[in-house]
Design a protein around this ligand. Structure first.
Ligand SMILES: Nc1ncnc2c1ncn2[C@@H]1O[C@H](COP(=O)(O)OP(=O)(O)OP(=O)(O)O)[C@@H](O)[C@H]1O
Length: 622
């Protein structure tokens, strides 16, 4: 292999008569004058005598200078097949590489600095670096067999390259991670691998899970090597908003309540002022709502006098407190005069109440989980999570900040709160680009800009980077990019990363699970095949397989009604009563459907008796 054609300090062309170049492989260019630089293959070609060699108008073929030097070096394209590669030099050179320089494969130790920035004990082993297959034999044992892969046809296969290990501690200097990729590109799979690695390192995680897919209890496959196998059920706390965790109303200040109301639908300054006047310290939800509805009634009343009379006759209020309440309402009427403002607050509040977000347990389970260095997985529909994320992030980020600030000031009275990482898929829903003042975006934006100081980091995954808030996007120092097709998303990726035009061209065609990782930790873009996950997503089962899966309930039914076979469709009562004795209540129609299914499965046959209708017999009864 040798350098051909015109060269410069950044790129060279190399050719070989017998060895194919591999995309992304690293090669050493032996030119001592510029320090034998390492380069990465970014384009590869094969030329043979039967295809036209040079076409100056073609964007693909090599230029005429290259062909000329090829001839001078003894390669005759008109007679033989040759292989050509465009190589990007990975170090900064001040002189061009010499034409004719020998190009060779490196040993692992010659390129280790470029490939390994952390060892597995202090880094996240996410996959293998593509194009490094040739280095496998010189890889040290601590870097071998730690990143098995998955192949649709072959199943689990051994690690076949240098592992890609992300030094999570360098988040301190280069905070936050973005995971981008279109549908089916391997983004969720990749996110699972990142989370597994973080859980293994006992990093407290707050994971918002709108797809109910984040559990880590089932092994991916029996085929995984024993040393690699692990599940993480004990390291996770799974909670659902509205049933395990919620918002403790009496701990809300006016700002918090406005945040929640604003998450339902943006609120005005007049509404903020009204909430500040209406909410009392340690107010209960019931009292607040009652005060609000009384005030609305007062404003709707034809006169203050009519309202006063009606109010004083009410039986649900303690007699001695009536005058006090009434005066308070009249005072509030002066401060908050607008009926429409109050109705807008009431509408938003009712929506929150209906969703069951207010719970006395509050966020205790979340705080306890983070303090125990677990992964706390918060589930709920996307709307609910968006509302809740604003509240939770504000609460726990403030706790962490107060703790760090107190330590900074030398106060050791502060309540300890650990550093943590916030992880979410569908990030563009939590921090959308645009004008609206969405509370969850405010919190995420603040963490993206200042979280580093306090040890709070973000891992944000989205199918639509173009819909993610610009500031947040720009703060994601490391980006893992899977297959992306939309031009608007590609434009954002081009702008926000150091990905070169060759890689951008490849992005729409990447196979599932293959990514480009752009990170200042590595100083360049690296092509990575994500490793197999240790656990599997509940959604990994093909939904169509569910339809043919054995259903445990149906098996139970079969065992109970077995004794009644043959069963006539006009006499289903006995088996139905027997089922009821076993607490299984189904209708006649359901029973017929079930018997027909058994016929389809070949367990029963169906015979038509003119008088009795259909009879279901076991297959052996004929
Ligand atoms: N690293 C990988 N190794 C092997 N197969 C993978 C890998 N990543 C993804 N796949 C395959 O691709 C499929 C789709 O991946 P995944 O569910 O992660 O897509 P996605 O990008 O999250 O899509 P969506 O956003 O629609 O959920 C997986 O079910 C799996 O079969």
């Amino acid at each position: 292999m040798q350098v051909v054609g015109m060269t410069n300090e950044h790129e060279v062309w190399a050719t070989s008569g017998d060895r194919k170049f591999r995309l992304n492989e690293l090669l050493i260019i032996e030119d001592e004058y510029v320090g034998n630089p390492v380069g990465e293959v970014i384009e590869t070609y094969a030329l043979n005598p039967f295809i036209p060699t040079v076409d100056e108008r073609s964007p693909v073929l090599i230029d005429s200078d290259v062909v000329k030097t090829l001839g001078n070096l003894g390669y005759h394209i008109q007679d033989e097949m040759i292989y050509i590669a465009k190589i990007r030099i990975l170090s900064e050179l001040f002189y061009p590489v010499k034409t004719g320089a020998v190009v060779r494969e490196p040993l692992f130790e010659e390129v280790e600095d470029l490939l390994i920035k952390a060892f597995p004990n202090v880094g996240l082993t996410l996959g293998i670096i593509q194009g490094t297959e040739g280095l496998l034999s010189s890889l040290p044992s601590e870097l071998s067999n730690i990143a098995p892969l998955f192949n649709d046809k072959k199943g689990v296969i051994s690690q076949n390259g240098v592992p890609f290990i992300l030094d999570y501690k360098s988040m301190q200097s280069y905070p936050h991670l973005g995971v981008f990729g279109g549908s089916g590109s391997g983004k969720s799979f990749g996110l699972r691998v990142i989370i597994e690695e973080l859980i293994s390192k006992k990093i407290p995680l707050l994971i918002f899970d709108p797809h109910y897919e984040m559990n880590f209890k089932d092994s991916f496959s029996d085929e995984l090597p024993d040393k690699f196998k692990a599940t993480f059920e004990r390291n996770c706390t799974i909670v659902t908003v509205g049933s395990d965790v919620g918002v403790k109303f009496d701990s809300l200040g006016p700002g918090d309540l406005c945040n929640l109301l604003g998450a339902v639908s943006p609120i005005t300054e007049a509404m903020e002022n009204a909430v500040a006047s209406l909410l009392e310290n340690k107010d209960s939800r019931v009292l607040f709502i009652e005060r609000l509805s009384n005030l609305i009634s007062l404003l709707e009343s034809p006169s203050e006098e009519t309202f006063r009379q009606e109010f004083m006759q009410r039986k649900d209020i303690e007699e001695k407190k009536k005058s006090y309440y009434l005066n308070r309402l009249l005072a509030l009427k002066k401060q908050v005069g607008q009926l429409s403002t109050l109705k807008s607050i009431s509408w938003r509040l009712n929506r929150l109440v209906r969703q069951g977000i207010f719970m006395d347990e509050g966020i205790k389970k979340i705080e306890d989980g983070l303090k125990a260095q677990k992964a706390v997985i918060v589930r709920g529909n996307i709307w609910m999570l968006r509302v809740y994320a604003a509240y939770v992030l504000r609460s726990i980020y403030t706790k962490r900040r107060e703790y760090r600030d107190a330590i900074q000031k030398g106060l050791n009275t502060a309540t300890k709160f650990p550093p943590f990482i916030v992880v979410t898929d569908e990030a563009h829903n939590f921090a959308p680009r645009g004008e609206h003042n969405i509370p969850s975006r405010r919190e995420i934006k603040e963490i993206s800009q200042e979280g580093r100081k306090y040890g709070v980091f973000l891992i944000l995954a989205t199918q639509r980077p173009a819909l993610l808030d610009d500031t947040v996007n720009a703060q994601l120092n490391t980006k893992i990019i899977f297959r992306t097709v939309r031009s608007t998303d590609l434009a954002v990726i081009r702008e926000e990363t150091d990905i070169g035009s060759e890689e951008i061209k490849r992005l729409p065609y990447l196979l599932s699970g293959t990514s480009f990782i752009s990170s200042p930790i590595f100083g360049r873009t690296i092509s990575v095949k994500v490793r197999v996950s240790k656990t599997k997503s509940p959604h990994q089962i093909n939904p169509f397989d569910e339809l043919t899966e054995k259903n445990e309930d149906e098996e139970k039914i079969y065992n109970i009604i077995n004794e009644f076979i043959p069963i006539s469709e006009t006499n289903l009562l006995d088996p139905l009563l027997k089922l009821e004795e076993e607490d299984i209540v189904i209708s006649e129609d359901q029973m017929i459907n079930y018997l027909d299914k058994l016929v389809d499965q070949g367990q029963l046959v169906k015979e038509n008796n003119q008088l009795l209708g259909f009879t279901y017999k076991s297959t052996g009864d004929n």
